[in-house]
Each structure stands twice: as C-alpha cells, then as structure tokens.
Design a protein around this ligand. Sequence first.
Ligand SMILES: [Zn+2]
Length: 167
Amino acid sequence: MLEENTIVEIQCPYCGLADCSHLLAMIDVSFNDWWEAGYAGEDERYYEFHRVIEDAFRQLLRKGVRECPMTHPKLAELWKYALLDYSPGPKVPLKGEDEEISLYPSLLNTLIIELFENAGAAAQDGIDDHGAPGFSSAMTILHAENPQAVFDAALLQLRQLLTLVPT
Ligand SMILES: [Zn+2]
C-alpha cells in the first residue's frame, strides 16, 4: 500500500532522516486510513487498538450496559456512536461472538493519536499531495524514540481507560 512516490516528506525529529526506524505510524486523517508503514503498520498491529475497544464494548453491551461507564470524553463519544449503530436498545441483545461493533473512524483515530502522544510520541502534520489532483489528504505522522515501547504504553493506557486493567 505504501508507495515511494506518495511518501510525505517528513523528517524524523529524533534522527533527521525521512525514512528511519523511529516511525511509529502514519495516519491519513482525511480518509481515516492507516498506512502500512512504521512500527504500527508492521503486521497491522494498529488493529489491536480497534480490537481492544470492540471487545470491551461488546462485553458491556452483552451485559445490557447502556450508560457509558467510561469517563474519557472520546471513549464516551465512541460508545455513544457504537450504541446508536449496532445496539438498537436493551430489548435487542447482541448475538454471536463476531457481532460487529461500530467505531466512529475519525474519533477512534484522534483517540489513538492522543494516546500515542501521551505515551511520548512526536506528532507531525503532513499532506499527501502526490496522488490524483483533488485527492490530497491530511496526514498525522508519529515518531518515537522507541516505537514499540510507545505503542505498548499507549495500548496499556487504553486498557486502563476501558478499566480492563487496574490503574
Ligand atoms: Zn529517526
């Protein structure tokens, strides 16, 4: 998916290079698409954020929870949209292990960017304007001194916000 002629010219704040191992993630915030680049793009690790939230929401919805138990504003918004889209009401129970939970994409991505920054990542804004005319999009490019440590810390923080693990 990542093609050389569409790479945004962004320099790493840690080593000054345009292409290095400090790249954590590239998120197209116009189209809410993740690039298969950087640490988070390896083996599509970024889906772990989606899965953690989906699993937590699914468990709560199955228990009949409708009032948002999470205090983080973006998680509360995500909960609201998930409830609207896939849970018509307490009388319509979720069924099946793979019941899909709808996560509002732009909210999810701004939440993940916030978690990455809280965990120590440096975010830069870029434009991918090498595509077809009229299709340029805004990118958020995240670097970290230790991408794996920042990724894991962000994921842990998310699990704490979802109260899956004690704080
Ligand atoms: Zn670097």
